[in-house]
Design a protein around this ligand. Structure first.
Ligand code: 4NP
Length: 146
């Protein structure tokens, strides 16, 4: 799960997907395409909205997306088109490029919708992104068990 800072959207996506695939041996992680927040906890608003839905993401720490992630993961979900393009720029093979998808194409196939960046907005934005992420992760959880 990849966003820009790895403090708002992708930590939430990591926590939500982990909660849905908990008992299966599936590695779920998140990262940011920018390094500004490396080592930081998730944004307080993301921690809070996750907690509201029974998920603890407070122990996560931000890291930067790296080329190694193309080797370590089968699917790389970008939260928005800017992240998607930034990840693609780091891919050095067609196989790597093919791993990159927009998260919301799981719930809105082919529409290239984005999980909006909630960083500069209010608390309400975090409920919106939670719902978008939750629905997409439901689809992923079904897909990887069938
Ligand atoms: P995220 O949100 O990409 O969902 O983690 C942001 C976090 C920080 C910034 C922008 C977006 N920033 O500009 O610092």
């Amino acid at each position: 799960m990849v966003c820009l800072g790895n403090i708002c959207r992708s930590p939430l996506a990591e926590g939500v997907l982990k909660s849905k695939v908990a008992s299966r041996s599936i590695l779920v992680d998140s990262a940011g395409t920018a390094a500004y927040h490396v080592g930081n906890s998730p944004d307080k608003r993301s921690i809070q909205i996750a907690k509201t839905y029974g998920i603890d993401i407070s122990e996560q720490r931000a890291r930067a997306f790296s080329k190694d992630d193309f080797e370590n993961f089968d699917i790389i979900y970008a939260m928005d088109r800017s992240n998607y393009n930034n990840i693609l720029r780091l891919a050095s093979s067609v196989a790597s490029k093919n791993k990159v998808q927009l998260l919301l194409n799981e719930s809105f196939p082919g529409e290239d919708r984005e999980v909006p960046d909630p960083y500069y907005g209010g608390k309400e934005g975090f409920e919106t992104i939670y719902q978008l992420i939750d629905t997409a992760c439901d689809r992923i959880a079904v897909k990887i068990t069938t």
